[in-house]
Write a protein that binds this ligand. Structure first.
Ligand code: ACO
Ligand code: OAA
Length: 383
């Protein structure tokens, strides 16, 4: 039995070394491989950030063009995968976008004949996952709306191609920029629940697809990635700018946790939320669809006042403002958490590569609080 006491939720426990991402919760700062996200968002492309996370440096022109070509080669969804995704999307069980993605990631692993465990293979698999999970998410969006699959276009960047595959139309410049920035902002976040899950899975020397499949399962929950859908669902349920303040205040009064607020690490603002809020304001105004943004701002005011009164140093997180932004791009709510996957798969795979490079199985201990020395009673004699 261990003498050490467990920390609930492993709060503040240092669980390993990593050089991929720094989350400075006190200062509200997020840094990928040494670069502040504010210096990347809107200046670099998502593809450059993927390279940065995997290789630890920003790519030069030829390095970026090699990655770009490899991503484009993996955009088209093979027919068996497309059939699977279509039948799940139309299934009477109505699986969520996240359930379909989790199944698709697992299926991609099962049908990949290359089971080698070397870095080159892992980079190829990571490239396939980053590219194809985006195409699959767009296909899910199409099928769930009763529409036909739209094939990818190789003259478009990753963000623009996704929006094209989802809507069948080339998106405007601001939407592409905002979506590219959202992908960058969600790309990595140190040892968050889904990334840590991925690392635990592959630390047994299981394969990359298993790591990503288990990470998708972890991201799906409403305390993690699922919160971005819950924010807009909550606002849609309230459905009134006038009633938003009272209804949110009632929720807090009744001890309901409001999605899009609170964070295990950030004690200052979440720097990603600030950028997303700016883009959400700009885009919702441009497309003249400001209702959800206005309601989000009202919610922000009510919840922050509530936290302040209670002396809690909590703010809004990355999931608060993405909803009104994605909605202004015409993206349905049930794709919001899958959008998180499209981005975070770059961080998961970076962490998987880092774990493989210096692996030791992850196996903490439990503080056993159950009974000991029970006397065995044969089944026939039990009450
Ligand atoms: C990408 C991401 O994963 S970002 C997070 C996305 N998740 C959400 O937005 C869901 C809502 N938020 C939460 O559930 C939590 O804040 C989490 C899961 C993010 C962090 O959880 P923890 O670090 O365990 O904090 P915990 O849940 O203990 O909260 C601390 C206190 O703040 C309160 N609190 C935290 N978040 C919220 C919230 N969103 N609304 C109201 N109160 C909250 C808790 O009730 C608790 O109060 P208490 O001390 O009086 O009991
Ligand atoms: O870091 C966390 O715990 C959750 C989070 O914000 C993320 O994964 O982006």
């Amino acid at each position: 039995m261990s003498e050490a006491k467990a920390k609930a939720g492993l709060q503040d426990v240092v669980a390993g070394d990593s050089s991929i991402c720094l989350v400075d919760g006190k200062e509200g700062r997020l840094v990928y491989q040494g670069y502040d996200i504010n210096d990347l968002a809107g200046k670099a492309s998502f593809e450059e950030v993927v390279y940065l996370l995997w290789y630890g440096k920003l790519p030069n022109v030829s390095e970026l063009s090699a990655l770009d070509a490899a991503l484009k080669q993996n955009r088209e969804i093979p027919s068996d995968v497309l059939e699977l995704v279509k039948s799940l999307s139309n299934s009477a069980a109505n699986p969520s976008g996240m359930e379909i993605l989790r199944t698709a990631a697992s299926y991609l692993g099962a049908v990949d004949p290359n089971k080698a465990m070397d870095r080159e293979t892992h980079i190829q698999q990571a490239t396939k996952l980053v590219s194809m999970l985006a195409s699959i998410t767009a296909a899910v969006g199409r099928f769930k709306q009763g529409k036909e699959y739209v094939a990818p276009r190789n003259d478009l960047g990753h963000a623009a191609n996704f929006l094209y595959m989802l809507t069948g139309q080339e998106a405007d410049e601001l939407s592409v920029e905002a979506f590219d920035v959202a992908l960058i902002l969600h790309a990595d976040h140190e040892f968050n629940a889904s990334t840590f899950t991925a690392r635990c899975t592959v630390a047994t020397l299981s394969d990359m697809y298993s790591g990503v499949t288990s990470a998708i399962g972890a991201l799906k929950g409403p305390l993690h990635g699922g919160a971005n859908e819950d924010v807009l669902r909550m606002l849609m349920e309230i459905d009134s700018v006038e009633n938003a303040a009272t209804e949110v205040a009632n929720k807090l009064e009744n001890g309901v946790k409001v999605p899009g607020f609170g964070h295990r690490v950030y004690r200052s603002y979440d720097p990603r939320g600030l950028v997303l809020k700016r883009y959400a304001k700009q885009l919702t105004e441009k497309v003249n669809n400001t209702k959800w943004f206005e309601m989000t701002e009202i919610t922000e005011g009510v919840v922050l006042e509530h936290f302040a009164k209670k002396g809690k140093d909590l703010k809004y997180n990355v999931d608060l403002y993405s909803g009104s932004l994605y909605n202004a791009m015409g993206i349905p709510v049930e794709l919001f958490t899958p959008l998180f996957v499209i981005s975070r798969v770059s961080g998961w795979t970076a962490h998987i590569l880092e774990q493989y490079a210096n692996n030791r199985i992850i196996r903490p201990v439990a503080d056993y609080v159950g009974p000991v020395d029970q006397k065995f009673v044969p089944i026939a004699e039990r009450n």
